[in-house]
Design a protein around this ligand. Structure first.
Ligand SMILES: Cc1ncc(C[n+]2csc(CCOP(=O)(O)OP(=O)(O)O)c2C)c(N)n1
Ligand SMILES: [Mg+2]
Length: 343
């Protein structure tokens, strides 16, 4: 039985939440959830190929971090990348079209589920290999700092958020990149989505120090543990880390304690995790908790929340229709986009 870590009770934000921010966060989480549910449906109908890893349950992490950033900041994802792309502003229809392998997809249909990319939205990519995004994110953070400090570009104050899982923190890139980020005080947030499992490997069986945030201390970097099922708690931690990064104080390691509500990928029968564990985490559903919070604080009523859900459902349906109607990439252009083209 995997040991449980104690999570704080639902967080009361220290700064008051405005109604507009509350609804913005809610809408982003609903989009993540509904989009992924639709992906499952489309995958089982044979519309998507290869592996598809869904993000259900982890929405508070993507929303809490990315919505604490500016649109010109950078986001670096993993193979579980759909919802990071949506939070970063990539339109749902271009994400869905990518999953359908269509020319109108954000990676022109060449990438698929694990390789979402958008230069326009500073989305540095999804990556099939675990840990592969960490050095890429480090490079983005390095170029911000280099442009600002070495080249005198005062506007180069962009921050990078780098997402990855608990299992990935046992890989070499994690340690190498934390070292360099701390050494050069790079503007980066290392966001660990600790969902307790790496496919079928329980976190505590795979790592010498399960409290990942503690690993920051050996690099002289702040490490923070946060309830990853609580969007306001994640947001507050992210806001502090972004402010530190933006003012040149360097990186932060944020460990979000979270859980995925589905199997590792849509091909995983999900037989290894216990029913009791799944039920305990389902009771912490970040969407449901945030709904209760918004209602209790009089930031929204049932009707408003319902209309948000309806609107998002329509967005997701429209994304599917767009993906269905979009053309396949032209086979004559098979090698296009492998190398940069002249503008
Ligand atoms: C370099 C590399 N080794 C192994 C794999 C196979 N693999 C795919 S997902 C995964 C587990 C990753 O778990 P975690 O980092 O916790 O992310 P999660 O899936 O839980 O979000 C592994 C080992 C891989 N993709 N890349
Ligand atoms: Mg994991």
């Amino acid at each position: 039985m995997v040991q449980e870590r104690t999570l704080p009770a639902f967080h009361a934000a220290s700064a008051p939440l405005t109604q507009a921010d509350g609804l913005m966060l809610y809408e982003d989480m609903v989009l993540g959830r509904f989009f992924e549910d639709k992906c499952a449906e489309m995958y089982y109908r044979g519309k998507m190929f290869g592996f598809v890893h869904l993000y259900n349950g982890q929405e508070a992490v993507s929303t809490g971090v990315i919505k604490a950033m500016r649109p010109d900041d950078f986001v670096c994802s993993t193979y579980r990348d759909h919802v990071h792309a949506l939070s970063a502003g990539v339109p749902a229809r271009n994400v869905m079209a990518e999953l359908f392998g269509k020319e109108t997809g954000c990676s022109r249909g060449r990438g698929g589920s694990m390789h979402l990319f958008s230069a326009e939205h500073n989305l540095l990519g999804g990556f099939a290999f675990i840990g592969e995004g960490i050095p890429v994110a480090l490079g983005a953070a390095f170029q911000s700092r280099y442009r600002r400090d070495a080249m005198g570009d005062a506007g180069a104050d962009q921050v990078t958020a780098c997402f990855f899982g608990d299992g990935t923190t046992n890989n070499g890139q994690f340690f190498e990149c934390l070292n360099m980020a701390a050494l050069w005080k790079l503007p980066i947030l290392f966001v660990v989505e600790n969902n307790k499992w790496a496919i079928g490997m329980a976190h505590e069986r795979a790592t010498s120090q399960p409290e990942i945030y503690r690993k920051a201390s050996v690099f002289g970097m702040p490490g923070v543990e946060v309830d990853g099922m609580d969007v306001l708690a994640v947001r507050e931690v992210a806001q502090q880390a972004v402010a530190r990064a933006r003012t040149g104080e360097g990186p932060t390691l944020i460990e979000c304690l979270t859980y995925r509500f589905r199997g590792h990928s849509l091909a995983d029968p999900d037989e290894l995790r216990s029913k009791a564990e799944k039920e305990a985490w389902l009771a912490r559903d970040p969407l449901k908790r945030f709904e209760v919070y918004l209602l209790e604080q009089n930031l929204a009523d049932e009707e408003t929340l319902k209309s948000v859900r309806q609107r998002i459902q329509e967005t997701v349906e429209a994304a599917v229709a767009f993906a269905e109607e979009s053309p396949e990439p032209n086979p004559d252009e098979l090698y296009r986009y492998i190398f940069a083209e002249d503008a």
